[in-house]
Write a protein that binds this ligand. Structure first.
Ligand code: SF4
Ligand code: SF4
Length: 131
C-alpha cells in the first residue's frame, strides 16, 4: 500500500526512515520525497502486512504516518477532457487514449490534491482531504 510519512522540523536531521528500515527489516519503496527547512514529506509503498510494524517504528521516532488509501475520484459525467489534470499530476495518473479520451489510473495517486484545484469542471475529488 501507499503511505505518506510526514517529518516535522525538529526531527528533520535524524535518519528516522533508515533507522526504521534497519530496526524492522521492512522495505520501503520511496516514490516521492520533498524536504525543506521546515518539514519533510515522503510517499512510499510498503507491504500491506508490514504497515503496522513500520508505522509503529516511525511513529515512535516522531513521524506522522498515514495510509494513502482513498485515491482520486473522477466524475466522468462532469469531465470535459480539457487535459488540465494531465500536466499537473506528479505521478502521471492521467493520460489520453488514441481517441483523446481521458484515462485515469487511480492506483498511482498520492492524494496531493493538485488536480482537484486545477479541474475547471469539478470532476475530481478526494475523499480524505476535504477536497
Ligand atoms: S481537468 Fe477535469 S475536466 Fe479537465 S480533463 Fe481533467 S478531470 Fe476532465
Ligand atoms: S491528487 Fe495528486 S497524485 Fe492524485 S491524481 Fe490528483 S494530481 Fe495526481
Amino acid at each position: 500500500m501507499k503511505i505518506k510519512i510526514n517529518i516535522s522540523s525538529d526531527i528533520l536531521i535524524k535518519p528516522i526512515i533508515a533507522e526504521s528500515i534497519l530496526e524492522t527489516g521492512v522495505l520501503l519503496n520511496i516514490s516521492q520525497a520533498h524536504f525543506d527547512r521546515s518539514r519533510g514529506e515522503v510517499v512510499a509503498d510498503v507491504a500491506d502486512d508490514k504497515f503496522d510494524l513500520m508505522c509503529k517504528s516511525l511513529t515512535n521516532k516522531g513521524a506522522r504516518v498515514s495510509k494513502l488509501d482513498t485515491p482520486i475520484k473522477w466524475d466522468e459525467n462532469e469531465c470535459v477532457e480539457c487535459g488540465a489534470c494531465i500536466s499537473v499530476c506528479p505521478t502521471k495518473v492521467f493520460s489520453l487514449d488514441a481517441d483523446f479520451s481521458l484515462l485515469v489510473d487511480e492506483a498511482k495517486c498520492i492524494q496531493c490534491g493538485t488536480c482537484v484545484d486545477m479541474c475547471p469542471h469539478k470532476a475530481l475529488s478526494l475523499g480524505n482531504n476535504n477536497k
